[in-house]
Ligand binder design. Structure first.
Ligand code: NCD
Length: 322
C-alpha cells in the first residue's frame, strides 16, 4: 500500500499509485458498510472535527458516518451558530479547534485555497471537503471508485463532463484524477461555462451534446452553480435544459452501456431529466453516494496511519535527544 500524503487537499498532489491505494481500501470498506455490524477501530481514540462553511448534505453526512464507523469521536462544528458569525477569521477558528487536539479536520469553505492555508497552521491531518472552485478530492475519488466498479477499470475510458465546468471543483478534481489515470476526456457546455484556459487542459471541448457524447463510456453531469455566478451565464433554465439537459434522447449518442453520474445536489429538469436520474439501469447516482462513505473511510484511515507514524517518529527523535 502506498499513500504518502499528510493531508488530502486535492487530487493534484497524489500519484496514480496513491489513488489506487485509496480505491482498493475503499472497496474493502464497501463490504463493511453492507454488513449489519459496520464497525472498525481504524480511528479508535481519535477526534475528527467537521467544519462546513458552505451547505452540504451528502459530503458532511458521509464524513460523519465514515468517522463514526471507524470508531472516531466526531464533532460537527455548526458554523451558523459559531463565532464565525461574529467575524472570527477562518484561521482563528482553526487555531482554536487545533488547541483541542483534533486528529482529523474536515473542511469545506467557499474560498479557493482556504483549506490549503489552514493545513499549514494546524497539527492534524486536514481533508478538503470542497474549497470554492478549486478541488473536491473525495468527490473525484468516489467517482473513480464508482466508475471502476461499473466499468471494471479506471483507465482508457472516454468520459464526458457536461455543464457548468467553470464553477465546479468537482469537474476540476475529476479532470485531474481521470487525466492522471490516462482516460480520454471531453468537456461539453456553453462557452460561458467553460473555465479560462480550457484549451490547455488537454481535453476535447464541445458546445453540442450530440457531438460531445458520441461513443462515450461515462457521462458526468454537473449542477448549474448559480451561487458562484455573478451575471447572466445562461439564458434561461428552460433553454439550458433544451440544449444541455441530459435525457434519454441525448444519452442515446453515448455507448449503449454508458453510465450516468451526478455528484448531487441535482436540479431535475435543469441539467438532468428526473426519470433518467432514477433509472437504475443507466444512472449510478445512488452508487456514488454509497461509494462516498467508503472512500472517506479509506482516506481517513490512510491519513490516520501516516499521522500515527509521523507522531511516533517525532516521539522517537525526542527520546534520542533526551
Ligand atoms: C458538489 C459540491 O459541493 O461541490 N456537491 C457535492 O459535494 N456532492 C457539487 C455541487 O454543489 O453542485
Amino acid at each position: 500500500m502506498t499513500f504518502r500524503a499528510r493531508h488530502l487537499l486535492g487530487i493534484e498532489p497524489l500519484a496514480p499509485d496513491e489513488i489506487v491505494t485509496v480505491l482498493d481500501l475503499a472497496d474493502r470498506y464497501v463490504d463493511l458498510n453492507r454488513a449489519t455490524v459496520k464497525q472498525s477501530d481504524a480511528l479508535a481514540g481519535m477526534t475528527q472535527i467537521n467544519m462546513f462553511f458552505e451547505a452540504s448534505t451528502r459530503t458532511q453526512a458521509s464524513f460523519e458516518l465514515a468517522g463514526k464507523r471507524l470508531g472516531a469521536d466526531v464533532m460537527n462544528m455548526s458554523v451558523a451558530q459559531s463565532s464565525v458569525k461574529k467575524g472570527e477569521t477562518l484561521l482563528d477558528t482553526a487555531m482554536t479547534l487545533n488547541a483541542m487536539h483534533p486528529d482529523l479536520l474536515v473542511v469545506r469553505h467557499p474560498a479557493s485555497g482556504a483549506v490549503n492555508l489552514l493545513a499549514e497552521k494546524v497539527n492534524c491531518a486536514v481533508l478538503n471537503a470542497g474549497d470554492g472552485r478549486h478541488e473536491h478530492p473525495t468527490q473525484a475519488l468516489l467517482d473513480a471508485l464508482t466508475i471502476r466498479r461499473a466499468k471494471g477499470r479506471i483507465q482508457r475510458l472516454s468520459v464526458a463532463i457536461c455543464g457548468d465546468i467553470a464553477h465546479s471543483r468537482v469537474a476540476r478534481s475529476n479532470l485531474i484524477l481521470l487525466g492522471k489515470m490516462e482516460n480520454r476526456l471531453r468537456l461539453i457546455g456553453p462557452p460561458t461555462l467553460m473555465p479560462p484556459g480550457v484549451a490547455d487542459l488537454g481535453c476535447e471541448v464541445f458546445e453540442d451534446m450530440a457531438e460531445g457524447l458520441q461513443g462515450v463510456d461515462v457521462v458526468m453531469m454537473l449542477r448549474l452553480q448559480r451561487e458562484r455566478m455573478d451575471g447572466g451565464f445562461v439564458p434561461s433554465e428552460r433553454e439550458y435544459y433544451h440544449r444541455y439537459g441530459l435525457d434519454a434522447e441525448k444519452l442515446a449518442f453515448a455507448k449503449p452501456d454508458a453510465i450516468v453520474m451526478h455528484p448531487g445536489p441535482m436540479n431535475r429538469g435543469v441539467e438532468i431529466d428526473g426519470t433518467l436520474a432514477d433509472d437504475i439501469n443507466r444512472s449510478v447516482i445512488q452508487d456514488q453516494v454509497e461509494m462516498g462513505v467508503a472512500v472517506r473511510m479509506a482516506a481517513m484511515d490512510l491519513l490516520a496511519r501516516n499521522l500515527r507514524d509521523a507522531r511516533a517518529a517525532r516521539a522517537g527523535e525526542a527520546g534520542m535527544m533526551a
